[in-house]
Design a protein around this ligand. Structure first.
Ligand code: NOJ
Length: 553
């Protein structure tokens, strides 16, 4: 496929987007929680890093039962994080620096504190207010059993029974996540219209795109059949609430709204669907990007990674859509740990799979692999997503005291799965521990007082420390992003595979640009290879294990 020159292509075809988990990024008012003004103060850092866009996790008013993914009002800002004015200033200032701005939208469910849900609770069964959510009568003689066998992603039944206005136990409502996150009824016209208004509200404020939470989940199979009775269950990923054909109709409507604005506004789907289904979300009249979770799910293994890249590119053939590579986000174990412990990234609910055997964890080896992985991802055709702290090589924090864990998964798994807090620990900006390693403006704030405690030694990963060292992870990302930015066609375009041994993933791109990643014994680069960048210093033409190199030749 031949591509238009970069300047004429939609920005999202090859953008590198940086994910900000707002609560953990930068705290401007000393309350131990990140906020909008904190992010604003760090825009120069992001500009220097060389990313093209930021995606900010939900910043709306929320009881924070799932840290913002339980939205109480989609058209305002959480008071702990700032105001609408602050948000507008941040969007404008990012734009002034040439950085695109993506907000998170959560359409599958709201908070139970949303006015609509509160109204539904007060209203009678069968009322218009109840119809905006998924209320059903229970089974059993007195409706004492849940309406079906669906399970919540965080654990336990996906149904919660309510007490009706008359004080009696009554109907049940569906929550595919926590019980404080009731699912909307997407068959309801008002729900659809409300979300279209929300999109316009933020588009009018200049946002360039939306990261769509649980993008494969809004539409449920008619009749809400039991999972166990569903014949499709032969396929373990098929569920009557995931990836239903009806979701695509929603995105076609949303795309019309995006396209009615100038500047290539877009949607990126958080859709945990099969590799074959994923391209459907990327049809020309639907969404621009969809996170490649098949890639995120790959273990540090040459064969698996190569296979997953090949399959991704093959599945996208003919759609015209770019791939969206991603290793980390606020839901998965950091790749330093995963790559060292041979873990997959997604769908973790088994506590042993979350961190692997920590007794055998080597941070040196994990960091080396994470660096090698970074050069691999940033050389692939398409866009890429980086999660805050990934550029610092942050490891997972695996020993947060149990009484400090906040992820609802911890509670809903019956206190078995520690959940996702280990990748959400506030960012260390300074080696000096004051102000929780520079996370907070309150200098007296200790690492223990940040909303999630930071571990001892967190300062060794700090931005100001890494800035001093040209061989740090931070500099590797900076250099790689700069090269990528200056190379026409490195983000978007074609890839040609090169045979360089079983344990080497090697490919070339336009302009004689090569990327080799060595997973096994030392190999030699071709004669005349002119090294542009490597994930660790090289001796001559030797490429050691767990190392990546970019070169011409
Ligand atoms: C996916 C989000 O990334 C995750 O953090 C959240 O808990 C669920 N969706 C529910 O909104």
């Amino acid at each position: 496929m031949s591509l238009a020159p970069r300047a004429e292509r939609p920005w999202w075809r090859d953008a590198v987007t940086y994910q900000i988990y707002i609560r953990s990024y930068a705290d401007s008012n000393g309350d131990g929680k990140g906020d909008v003004e904190g992010i604003r103060s760090r825009l120069p850092y992001l500009k220097a890093l060389g990313i093209n866009a930021i995606w900010i996790t939900p910043w709306y008013p929320s009881p924070q039962k799932d840290h913002g993914y339980d939205v109480a009002d989609y058209m305002d800002i959480e008071p702990d994080y700032g105001t609408l004015e602050h948000a507008q200033e941040l969007i404008n200032e990012a734009h002034g620096l040439g950085i695109k701005f993506i907000v998170d939208i959560v359409p599958n469910h709201s908070s139970d504190q949303h006015v609509w849900f509160q109204e539904a609770l007060r209203s009678a069964p069968g009322s218009a207010a109840r119809d905006r959510y998924m209320f059903r009568d229970g089974k059993g003689e007195n409706g004492e059993l849940p309406p079906n066998d669906w399970e919540a992603v965080f654990g336990g039944s996906a149904w919660q029974r309510i007490v009706e206005a008359d004080g009696q136990l009554g109907q049940w409502y569906l929550h595919l996540f926590a019980e404080s996150q009731p699912d909307f009824n997407w068959e309801n016209k008002e729900v659809r219209e409300h979300f279209e208004d929300i999109l316009r509200f933020w588009l009018d404020r200049g946002v360039d795109g939306f990261r769509i939470d649980v993008a494969h989940g809004m539409v449920k199979e008619p009749g809400l059949p039991d999972v166990k009775a569903d014949s499709k269950m032969l396929d373990k990923d098929a569920r009557p609430y995931w990836d239903q054909p009806g979701v695509h109709e929603i995105y076609r409507e949303w795309r019309k709204i995006f396209d009615s604005y100038s500047g290539h506004r877009m949607g990126v789907a958080e859709a945990w669907v099969s590799a074959e289904s994923l391209p459907l979300y990327l049809r020309p009249d639907e969404l621009a990007n969809s996170f490649n979770f098949q890639f995120l799910d790959s273990k540090w293994d040459a064969k698996i990674i190569k296979k997953n890249i090949k399959e991704t590119l093959k599945n996208l053939e003919g759609t015209g859509a770019p791939a969206s590579w991603v290793y980390e986000n606020h839901d998965v174990t950091r790749k330093v740990n995963r790559f060292d412990r041979g873990l997959r990234g997604g769908g973790v609910s088994d506590p042993k799979q979350r961190y692997g055997n920590m007794k055998k964890f080597s941070i040196v080896r994990g960091t080396q692999r994470a660096a090698a992985g970074a050069l691999l991802m940033l050389a692939l055709p398409g866009g890429a997503y980086i999660y805050q702290g990934e550029e610092l090589g942050l490891p997972e924090v695996t020993d947060i005291p149990k009484d400090r864990l906040e992820d609802p998964r911890w509670r809903m798994s019956g206190f078995k799965d520690p959940g996702r807090d280990g990748c959400r620990v506030p960012i260390p900006w300074t080696e000096n521990p004051d102000g929780a390693y520079g996370f907070s403006t309150r200098h007296s704030l200790t690492a223990q007082e940040a909303w999630l405690p930071q571990p001892k030694g967190w300062g060794s990963f700090a931005v100001d420390k890494q800035e001093q060292n040209q061989n740090s992870m931070l500099w590797l990302y900076r250099k790689a992003l700069k090269i990528r930015q200056n190379e026409e066609g490195l983000g978007d375009g074609e890839l040609t595979w090169i045979k360089a041994g079983k344990e080497v993933v090697a490919f070339s791109r336009e302009g004689n640009f090569n990327c080799w990643v060595n997973f096994g014994k030392t190999v030699k680069l071709p004669k005349g290879a002119k090294v542009i960048l490597s994930s660790q210093p090289l001796k001559g033409r030797k490429l050691p294990k767990d190392t990546s190199v970019w070169f011409r030749g």
